[in-house]
Design a protein around this ligand. Structure first.
Ligand code: OFO
Length: 170
């Protein structure tokens, strides 16, 4: 039977992953509505990836004899000043998620739940990849410039990246 504090912490992370999925879905919708088809495609993929992050926690908790609770989620923001600001928000959000995962590792270690600590290593590495991915996108945006032509070019770039980097994986 999984430790109660670890169960509570994982249920908290289910909220975070579910919110991440909805956040990127809302961002994809904004992109689609603002003629950024490539960014929309990329973010629709990424929303799905976050849903799988949530699901992986749900299955793990239930497999360990806990109860994964499917939560109500806060509504994500609907509007963004421009696509650069939107990706800056993603970067901040992913840094927040990294901190959440690290706290979860801390809880599992404090409770001597080494199975969970081991399970969480996948997420620890995933956050390294996610932060690196979004940092690269922001760097490219800075290079291309935050004007119409730069936005157009980054949208093309994201269209290609949607296939290669955001394919759902669990
Ligand atoms: Fe973006 O990694 Fe899960 O939340």
């Amino acid at each position: 039977m999984i430790n109660k504090n670890v169960e509570k912490a994982i249920n908290g992370q289910i909220v975070v992953e579910g919110y991440s999925s909805n956040l990127y879905l809302a961002m994809a919708s904004w992109c689609e509505g603002n003629a950024f088809a490539g960014a929309a495609k990329f973010l629709y993929f990424h929303a799905e990836e976050e849903r799988l992050h949530m699901l992986k926690f749900v299955h793990y908790l239930n497999d360990r004899g806990g109860h994964a609770v499917i939560p109500a989620l806060d509504a994500p923001p609907k509007d963004y000043k421009d696509i650069f600001v939107l990706f800056e928000e993603i970067m901040k959000h992913e840094e927040y998620v990294t901190n959440c995962i690290n706290s979860l590792v801390e809880v599992s270690m404090n409770e001597k739940d080494f199975n969970t600590a081991n399970f969480l290593q996948w997420y620890v590495m995933e956050q390294v990849e996610e932060e690196s991915l979004f940092r690269t996108i922001l760097d490219k945006m800075k290079l291309l410039g935050q004007e119409k032509t730069g936005f157009y070019l980054i949208d093309k770039e994201l269209d290609g990246m949607a296939v290669t980097t955001a394919a759902p994986k669990v």
